[in-house]
Design a protein around this ligand. Structure first.
Ligand SMILES: [Zn+2]
Length: 132
């Protein structure tokens, strides 16, 4: 199992990623052959609201029992000359999709991968974003 960071909510509430979600994320990393840095994973609902996250953010699902949740990965989908690694971005999205992740946000400084139920408002979407 990959040693992940950010497996508990940073507000100190104690919310912790479910085993099913971490297993799922582990399969993504192994399939992609990557171990990228993580900038966000578990968020309780109050903390997500405080930092301006979407009310539909899959981050809040990470601590719930089951396979759903989200992680922000320190992979920049920009040119190497600008410090990015677009090939890593491609690999991680391809691997995450194969493991059932169905929400993607391609941001200037990170890639958000999320797994939500099919009836969730953000299921099967790709967003563009600017990292905070
Ligand atoms: Zn919290």
């Amino acid at each position: 199992m990959t040693r992940f960071t950010h497996t508990t909510c940073s507000c100190g509430c104690g919310a912790t990623a479910s085993k099913e979600y971490l297993d799922s994320l582990d399969r993504v990393f192994k399939r992609a052959g990557l171990n990228p840095g993580i900038s966000s994973m578990v968020r309780c609902r109050p903390h997500n609201k405080k930092i301006g996250g979407s009310i539909f953010s899959a981050h809040v699902l990470t601590a719930d029992p089951g396979e759903f949740g989200a992680t922000d990965l320190k992979i920049k989908p920009v040119a190497r000359s600008k410090g990015g690694n677009a090939k890593q971005a491609y690999k991680i999205i391809k691997a995450a999709q194969a493991e059932g992740f169905n929400v993607f946000e391609v941001c200037n400084q990170h890639i958000h991968i999320g797994k939500v139920p099919e009836n969730h408002p953000m299921a099967n979407t790709i967003y563009w974003g600017v990292s905070q």
